[in-house]
Design a protein around this ligand. Sequence first.
Ligand code: HEC
Ligand code: HEC
Ligand code: HEC
Ligand code: HEC
Length: 397
Amino acid sequence: MNRHHWIRLVAISILALPLGLILATTALGEGDPILDGSPFRGREIFFEKGCGRCHSVWGRGETLGPNISVAVAGKTFYELVGDFWNHTPRMIDEVGDRGYVWPTLDPRQMADILNYLYYLQLFDQPGDAVRGADTFARLQCFDCHSLGGRGGNSAGALDEFGAFPSPAPLARDMWNAGPVMQRAQIHLGRAIPQFTGNEMADIQAFIRAEGLRERRESILQPLPDPVQGADIYRTKRCGACHDSSRDGVPDITRSALSKTVSEITGLLWNHSYAMHTEMTSQGIPFPHFENTELTDLIAHLYFLGYIGADGDPETGATVFAAKGCADCHQGGVEGVPDLGAASYRSDRAALAAAMWNHAPQMHNLMAEKAPFWPKFEQDEMRHLAAYLRYIARASKK
Ligand code: HEC
Ligand code: HEC
Ligand code: HEC
Ligand code: HEC
């Protein structure tokens, strides 16, 4: 399936739901070291490999297995790998019962699927117009802007933003107007509005419900592209402050982790005033965003913490023993491969793929030996991976 075909499918499947995102055609990214895969390819592979025969995503696909976008919401790379493993016994049974072959994945496909599953959480649930009305009132937007024929108009009408299902264009134009708007607010003795949670999506839903428009058509936005976002991060010189640790400048590697577009937009907005001051003092121009630049940047920020820090090999050795892996893999059991011998352990996606691909055989053998399947919690998979990398390195010497 080519990319354009895929985009159409997503457009259709997403339009079936009132989700606050979405797209037209755009040059989508090919992969990036931070990402360790591509969410766009991952989406194709997910359906090509038949995961959709049991799982639904945003309402597309079957519902025998859990709704994937809910079940794995916001989990990062190693949490997802652990999650895959934890659920394999039932999947193996279901796949067997239906006479499907076990869907094996090569490392790149595994990286893409994991990436796609993480990406899903970036999208907001549709905003709530009633909550949006409250937020709009609390933040006093009507004092300076009109909407649906109401309110002051010193700073212009916001009706036109009602054409977008996504809050992205509103957020972008608000960001671009930020310094001017903040000056007006300070001039009037107002607190600068601060957003929490999904308020940006709620405001958007309110504007969409109230805004006067000639035609009620919707203008769709492209899917945020984290690879293009990495370019924006560079060209807007975010790294001038955020790439090295400095007093007063927060570490943003985990700021956007598992947050949605509107939460991240709110986060950026809340800091924009302080950031603007700091930028001015350093002679860095306040960044203006065109088209999809802001959402692409948001997708980049979202992925910064996806892989996370390396685990600790010593803790990993404990995990390896506690989960019973050592009983087979270091117990001289016949037919069990020596994990230290495999050089691909340096590739995290290859390890995830190997565990997934061999799960049915391991499951059979384990069912014979002891009816028990070890489960991984939180950081255990991260540590285990660090341990396997460590023994692979040690055995190569
Ligand atoms: C034959 C049906 C079937 C197929 C095909 C299938 N799954 Fe599953 N999957 C299930 C079932 C059933 C569960 C729930 C298992 C459990 O509760 O332990 C599950 C659970 C999961 C979970 C854990 C969800 C959670 O609750 O945390 C993930 C992740 C997952 N599947 C991913 C995939 C991927 C990726 C593919 C394709 C490579 C796939 N599945 C193919 C049936 C299937
Ligand atoms: C104190 C007055 C004031 C308040 C309150 C205010 N704004 Fe603004 N806003 C401005 C000014 C001034 C501009 C810049 C207008 C211009 O450049 O023409 C602006 C610009 C904008 C823009 C860009 C408009 C465009 O067409 O590009 C958006 C979007 C926006 N504001 C949204 C909001 C929202 C949402 C709220 C409530 C959270 C809000 N504003 C509250 C004064 C205000
Ligand atoms: C001139 C220095 C500077 C530049 C350039 C800069 N920032 Fe910041 N940034 C800051 C400071 C200072 C803060 C803390 C502000 C505060 O506490 O309100 C911050 C806060 C943030 C936060 C909130 C972090 C958190 O967890 O609370 C994010 C996200 C962020 N910046 C992203 C960016 C992005 C994206 C860019 C590029 C468009 C950028 N920054 C450019 C100085 C800068
Ligand atoms: C009951 C014995 C048994 C247990 C327990 C076991 N494995 Fe395995 N493992 C095997 C067998 C047998 C294979 C080879 C399967 C095959 O050839 O498809 C294997 C294969 C693998 C592979 C792929 C190796 C390669 O070279 O491609 C990895 C990675 C792996 N196991 C990791 C683990 C981890 C991590 C644990 C603990 C959570 C574990 N195994 C627990 C028996 C076991």
